[in-house]
Design a binder for this molecule. Structure first.
Ligand SMILES: [Ca+2]
Ligand SMILES: [Ca+2]
Ligand SMILES: [Ca+2]
Ligand SMILES: [Ca+2]
Length: 315
């Protein structure tokens, strides 16, 4: 038979049970509100609390992940340990199913708040103590990963020639190997894109030499025949601070001195990398002693990690 239990207004979780399992389900529900120290678990719903993870190195591939949620308002936690060599944190895709027979799901009810140091320790903390543990006995974990990289340079990625079907085909104006949507210096002139836009309204095109190419995509901004990157006379990779008169030489077509020796380096670049992992468990069976909860589709939660990638393109 199929039983539907409504845990809250948003979620209806169908539970497939035989009569024996139905009996187990009724016991915990019947005990809600009892003050006998026994089971007080209503459901495993964390109402969208943030999923956290133990240390995931930026530039190292790991195979053991521990995701967890701490809800101190109810003194409860859940955790999910996944062992996989799939690139779940570095490449967009749908990963799994990972079986709970070889990976580990737990729900814990504690006798106090877990705080911020409950997980990710070599030695488990002595307090708070566990009132009850539900352990995942069966289920299939699916991780849907969405990785988004962006230079946050003031131009929307959709206006930077991003190819959403194949990122490797995205526009790369300066040919430095970093496509425009994550290149903070799109024209490779060592003046960052955000510094080549109108400072108060990025929708106002700045085109100093009037050649129809906005400055952030123009590697000779003043059209004097000397590349902007080579108008960096002091060689510090910042053309903006080489000034004769009132404007920088790279914006002054009357200033035509070329750096000597020639500039042969790009400035260091950086962009953000945000990984969003939506984690669900199908056909979750969680067991605590003789009690069992079966959930057809369990939303574990969403883990989000943002890191900054530093990269200096080859000149
Ligand atoms: Ca580029
Ligand atoms: Ca860019
Ligand atoms: Ca430029
Ligand atoms: Ca100039």
């Amino acid at each position: 038979m199929t039983l539907k239990i409504r845990f809250n207004a948003q979620i209806v979780i169908p539970i497939f049970v035989n009569m024996k399992k139905l009996l187990y389900l009724i016991i915990p529900i019947a005990l809600i509100g009892c003050d006998d120290g026994d089971l007080i678990v209503e459901d495993l719903d964390f109402d969208g609390a943030a999923v956290q993870a133990c240390d995931i190195p930026v530039d190292e591939v790991i195979s053991d992940y521990l995701f967890y949620i701490v809800d101190d308002s109810d003194n409860e936690t859940t955790s999910l340990a996944i062992n996989t060599t799939n690139p779940i944190i570095t490449e967009s895709g749908t990963y799994g199913p990972f079986s709970l027979t070889t990976n580990n799901f737990e729900y814990r009810k504690l006798n106090g708040s877990a705080g911020t140091t409950y997980y990710c320790n070599d030695v488990p903390p002595s307090s708070p103590t566990t009132v009850q543990i539900f352990t995942g006995e069966a289920g299939s974990v699916t991780i849907e990963s969405i990785i988004i990289e962006d230079d946050n340079d003031g131009i929307d990625a959709l206006d930077e020639g991003i190819d959403l079907n194949d990122l490797s085909l995205s526009l790369d104006t300066d040919g430095d190997g970093i496509p425009n949507y994550k290149d903070m210096d799109d024209d490779g002139d060592n003046v960052f894109t955000e510094d080549e836009l109108n400072s108060t309204d990025s929708s106002i095109v700045v085109d100093t030499d009037g050649d129809g190419i906005p400055n952030y995509l123009d590697n000779d901004d003043d059209g004097d025949g000397i590349l902007t990157i080579q108008e960096d006379l002091n060689g510090d990779l910042v053309p903006a601070n080489d000034i004769i008169g009132s404007v920088a030489n790279y914006l002054n077509d009357q200033a035509t001195t070329t750096a000597s020796p020639a500039i042969t380096e790009y400035r260091p670049h950086r962009y953000t990398n945000t990984a969003t992992l939506n984690i669900t468990i199908e056909d979750l069976t969680a067991v605590s002693n003789s009690r069992e909860i079966i959930i057809a589709s369990y939303n574990f939660g969403t883990y989000v990690r943002t890191i900054i990638i530093s990269e200096t393109p080859t000149f």
